[in-house]
Structures are given as structure tokens and as C-alpha cells.
Design a protein. Structure first.
Length: 99
């Protein structure tokens, strides 16, 4: 079996960045909305490319988001999404997701 067939394990530090990421993402979202941008598209563009030009300087949003590593943001977004799905699943007695 080649090394491409094996599952690699990705580990993050144990300390959670949840509160810091939440604060920054809300500030960035607010700045983008105030400037008339689609905040989801702009944030995704930044996360995929790493190019800070997707985030405006308005409300110091660009500097704020650059203080976080993109993998830290992604980790918190995925954790939040999975927790939300699990809460819905438990609230609906094990509904089946249709993705």
C-alpha cells in the first residue's frame, strides 16, 4: 500500500480558539456587510486563497482576520457546524442528513 492510500492524522493544539475566532468572524462579517459585500463569498475567498484583499480594511477587519491562522478559523467553523448538526440530529431523534 502506498503512502497515498493511508489516512493521515491532523492534530491541532488542545487550547480552543473558539471565542477569539467567533469575535473576529463577527467583526469581519459586520465590516463586509457594511461595505455591501456578500460576506460568505468574501470569507470563503480569503480562506481558500489566503489573499487578505478579500477582506476590507473597514473596521480593521483585514488586520483582525490576519491575526488568526486560516487553519484555526477552519477548525472552529467545522467544529461549530458538526456540533449544530449533532444537536439537530439529537433533537429530531436521529434524522438522516440528505447532502
Amino acid at each position: 500500500m502506498s503512502s497515498f492510500d493511508k489516512t493521515m492524522k491532523f492534530n491541532f493544539p488542545e487550547e480552543s480558539m473558539e471565542q477569539e475566532v467567533k469575535h473576529v468572524m463577527l467583526q469581519v462579517h459586520s465590516a463586509l456587510e457594511e461595505k455591501g459585500y456578500n460576506s460568505i463569498n468574501q470569507i470563503v475567498g480569503y480562506l481558500l486563497s489566503g489573499d487578505p484583499a478579500y477582506i476590507p480594511r473597514h473596521q480593521d477587519a483585514r488586520n483582525m482576520i490576519r491575526k488568526l491562522e486560516r487553519d484555526e478559523i477552519l477548525e472552529e467553523l467545522v467544529k461549530f457546524y458538526i456540533k449544530k448538526i449533532m444537536r439537530l440530529k439529537n433533537a429530531n431523534n436521529g434524522f438522516r442528513c440528505r447532502f
